[in-house]
Design a protein around this ligand. Structure first.
Ligand code: NAP
Length: 283
């Protein structure tokens, strides 16, 4: 069997867990694979694409700062990726580039696994970066009842809401008072800021807004390192449902593998193995 050649590109890229995720999956499937981390600086996409084609790379994953910049180079873009204006997976077939976004579906898969869906739910996002927009739009597409986007820079939250169906979405400042009132009716609260992340010395100053949530709410942090942020610890102490970003990370990778391989996969055993590998990594 021919070796499948895949890459993940970005800058920075050293921290990427993608090789572990994809190598584990492809090893379990018995598919010989070479998966490289390639540092591609902003502005370096064309050079990389030419190199990838010359080397016979079958596909690549993308992280910061390329998810939007790749779009003009694609021969085809999937409908959702087009709506998100963000691509994290590219398949190269007969020299043509096909772009997809698996981040939002990865987010949904992890949430569904916990027994939560978006339909008729009030959803609050803390943060208004690239991922918050993708996920807020996905939640609307999945039938959310309302979306609130809270951000330190209010204009960024407003810009997201303008790109959503504004009939059930609103933008608010990321102040303690507004967090308290925004989460009152909330079913799913998502932290889409880096607050509490390993290596970032900033965290939520006062987490008592968690006390304003309903008892059956899901508190979802996109961060996976540390495994349990102070945000999730506060929610756990209150007895709420909690979820970190690890499931989203793994599922977006497995969904990308389905695209690279053009086949559906049985995710459960592969995800379990990847979780073990990622946990061992920290020891
Ligand atoms: P981004 O585009 O850089 O946006 C960062 C957001 O966080 C902005 O809204 C920013 O607010 C806010 N923020 C940054 N520092 C802050 C601070 N000190 N206080 C308050 N707000 C602050 O990032 P992104 O790509 O959307 O990613 C957001 C988070 O999701 C990151 O933690 C990332 O690691 C995580 N993520 C996880 C996965 C996964 O698979 N689990 C995938 C992608 C991303 P301003 O607009 O005011 O600057």
């Amino acid at each position: 069997m021919q070796t499948l050649r895949l890459d993940v590109i970005g800058d920075p890229i050293d921290h990427s867990k993608s090789p572990i995720i994809h190598k584990t999956a492809l090893d379990m499937l018995g598919i010989p694979c070479e998966y490289r981390k390639v540092r591609v600086l902003k502005g370096g996409l064309l050079e990389y694409i030419n190199e990838a084609k010359a080397l016979g790379i079958s596909g690549f994953n993308l992280t910061m700062p390329h998810k939007m910049d790749i779009i003009p180079y694609l021969d085809f873009i999937d409908d959702e990726a087009k709506r998100f204006n963000s691509v994290n997976t590219v398949r190269i077939k007969s020299g043509r580039l096909y772009g997809y976004n698996t981040d939002a579906s990865g987010f949904v898969y992890a949430m569904n696994e916990m027994g939560f869906g978006a339909r008729d739910k009030n959803i609050v996002f803390l943060g208004a970066g690239g991922v918050a927009f993708t996920l807020a739009l996905k939640m609307q597409l999945e039938g959310a009842k309302s979306i609130k986007v809270l951000n330190r820079t209010l204009s960024s939250a407003q810009a997201i809401v303008q790109r959503l169906d504004a009939s059930n979405a609103c933008a608010l400042p990321l102040t303690f008072e507004s967090m308290c009132s925004a989460v009152e009716e909330c079913d799913i609260l998502v932290n889409a800021t880096p607050l509490g992340m390993e290596g970032i010395d900033k965290d939520f100053e006062d987490l008592s807004f968690i006390n304003c949530l309903k008892d059956d709410a899901l508190v979802y942090d996109l961060i996976y390192n540390p495994h349990r942020t102070n945000f999730l610890k506060a929610a756990n102490n209150r007895g709420l449902y909690i979820l970190n970003g690890m499931g989203m990370l793994i599922y977006q990778g497995l969904l990308a593998d389905e695209i690279f391989l053009d086949r559906t996969l049985d995710f459960a055993p592969i995800k379990q193995e990847i979780e073990i590998k990622l946990k061992n990594l920290k020891k």
